[in-house]
Design a protein around this ligand. Structure first.
Ligand code: PMP
Length: 296
């Protein structure tokens, strides 16, 4: 196995509460509310040719996620956009992944932490394909109901069950887990949305208890531009029997075909291939990074 470069021991810079901090110095105290009680939200973004795809939508979602958890991210969308571009440039990257996050600090301990500081950091690193030859197995946990968790927030706490499910899938020799929702309908993987092709029509689970991904919405648009019919609805797992193609979408995953779900095998079909191509063309056609981004 290739030697892993730990994420706390690298060269470069991380934007941290308004400053560019040397990578190894971007630390927090162990008594941080975000660590103990999950009061943390984050984003995942990708830059192509120095420009972040749908940057403003991601910055807005970070702020919205914080609001759902009851806190105000202390930067505007424009400030987050500028800080993101600045940290990418400071690290000298062009094609990279970006990870902004916001969390409650160490001013107060206990479930209530009304007066804690909201910290914000933005890190970036070069990250290739998230999945290779993706295979899925049924997940151990289901996505929670909207009245049991803040399902519309990209909240760190929601990923607790995702890591358990993904580790279980990997132990069984699969790439990721296929999660059902609280009613037993198909939902998503642990980090990407799901699309099925049934008789030439695209079907995708209605995102009423999980993230309506920015890539998902982009791919729906691309599919409609191609003239494909797209149906958002509740999908029963038994319907997988009738599926000809299946793929997932996400910032890290981009558009990735699924090759198997447990014992069921799938080919990479023509609709999937065309959308992989259209998404690649769209992201590679990004304008060059705005010259106005400040290196602060
Ligand atoms: N679902 C989950 C659980 C995710 O983590 C992600 C990645 N952010 C997605 C869906 C896809 O969202 P997006 O296309 O906005 O990256």
């Amino acid at each position: 196995m290739a030697e892993l470069l730990p994420f706390d021991d690298r060269d470069g810079y991380i934007w941290y509460n308004g400053e560019m901090v040397a990578w190894r110095d971007a630390k927090l105290h162990v008594l941080s509310h975000g660590l103990h009680y999950g009061s943390c939200v984050f984003e995942g973004e990708r830059a192509y040719g120095g420009t972040v795809f749908k940057l403003t939508q991601h910055s807005q979602r970070l702020i919205d996620s914080g609001k759902i958890l009851g806190f105000d991210v202390p930067y505007s969308v424009a400030e987050l956009d500028a800080a993101t571009m600045a940290v990418i440039r400071k690290n000298g990257f062009s094609d990279c992944y970006v990870r902004p996050l916001a969390w409650r600090g160490s001013e107060q301990m206990g479930v209530s932490a009304q007066h804690s500081r909201i910290n914000v950091a933005i890190a970036t690193w070069e990250w290739g394909a998230y999945y290779s030859d993706l295979t899925l197995t049924r997940a151990l946990y289901q996505r929670p109901a909207p009245n049991t968790a803040p399902v519309k927030s990209k909240a760190a706490g929601l990923y607790m069950i995702c890591t358990i499910c993904k580790h279980d899938a990997e132990r069984k020799g699969f790439g990721d887990a296929l999660m059902l929702d609280y009613r037993g309908y198909l939902a998503e993987t642990t980090g990407a949305n799901l699309f099925l092709v049934i008789d030439g029509v695209l079907h995708t689970p209605a995102p009423d208890c999980f993230l309506d991904g920015i890539t998902r919405r982009t791919v729906i648009e691309l599919a409609r531009q191609r003239g494909y019919e797209v149906v958002e609805r509740h999908i029963r797992p038994e319907e997988l029997e009738n599926v000809q193609e299946i793929f997932v979408t996400g910032t890290a995953a981009e558009v990735t075909p699924v090759r198997a779900i447990d014992e069921m095998k799938f080919q990479v079909g023509p609709i999937t291939s065309s959308l992989v191509e259209d998404f690649r063309a769209l992201t590679r056609a990004q304008p060059v990074a705005a010259a106005t981004a400040r290196a602060s």
